[in-house]
Design a protein around this ligand. Structure first.
Ligand code: COA
Length: 183
């Protein structure tokens, strides 16, 4: 059997082990450890306390493989002229051994779905390190377009420059069948 078929069969079989959940006071420390393992940037205590205390958990999701935390997407609401707001994706990450199983896709799709349900939300955006072509390609698959390069956006990593990516409404809705399993 060609390698491609093996890979898609493994990906298919893996789906039954993948489940999603929300951030709470109880698991936010696990999220901190996950992000430390994935990102070259260290996020401060406020980053995590704000996530756990957010008024809605619709824009931050945790991904589990066989009940082990392996990925997360973390977003922040940015108020614009009332009642409009933007959503900023602070991080999306999946532990390396669990990549290319569709977990990143499902994390982002759940955020896009939540955006589709919120008429006051017109734009979703984020910064990506200019060298992170994998992430840029990943976002382009979901209709994000690249914008300006922000020089020296990052303080302690090389290269320090970031590229802006954004996507505007309408956002795709997940049908009931497409919505992934959750705790
Ligand atoms: N190279 C090229 N394309 C890639 C890719 C890579 N390394 N990783 C994902 N893609 C594209 C592919 O088209 C892929 O579809 P395919 O596997 O059918 O070809 C598609 O994105 C979806 O991949 P998926 O399996 O859903 O994503 P993932 O679970 O592997 O997670 C990231 C993607 C970006 C979250 C993951 O690579 C990651 O955690 N990277 C490190 C952290 C990071 O850079 N985050 C972004 C900046 S905050």
């Amino acid at each position: 059997m060609p390698a491609d078929d093996d890979e898609s069969e493994w990906r298919q079989r893996a789906q039954k082990y993948i489940k999603f959940g929300t951030v709470t006071d109880k698991n936010v420390d696990q999220l901190r450890k996950l992000n430390l393992a994935i990102f070259p940037v260290r996020y401060n205590d406020k980053f995590y306390s704000d996530l756990a205390a957010a008024p809605t958990q619709a824009y931050t999701h945790l991904a589990y493989f066989n009940d082990i935390l392996v990925g997360a997407i973390c977003c922040r609401i940015e108020p614009q002229e009332h009642p409009a707001f933007k959503l900023y994706i602070m991080t999306i990450g999946v532990l390396a051994p669990y990549r290319r199983l569709g977990i990143g896709t499902q994390l982002l799709q759940q955020v896009l779905h939540a955006c589709a349900l919120e008429p006051n939300l017109q734009e979703l955006y984020l910064h990506v390190q200019t060298s992170n072509q994998d992430a840029i390609d990943f976002y382009k698959r979901f209709g994000f377009t690249t914008g300006e390069v922000v020089k020296d956006y990052y303080k302690r990593i090389e290269p320090p420059d970031a590229i802006l990516l954004h996507r505007v409404a309408p956002f795709p809705v997940l049908s009931k069948e497409e919505q992934p399993a959750r705790y």
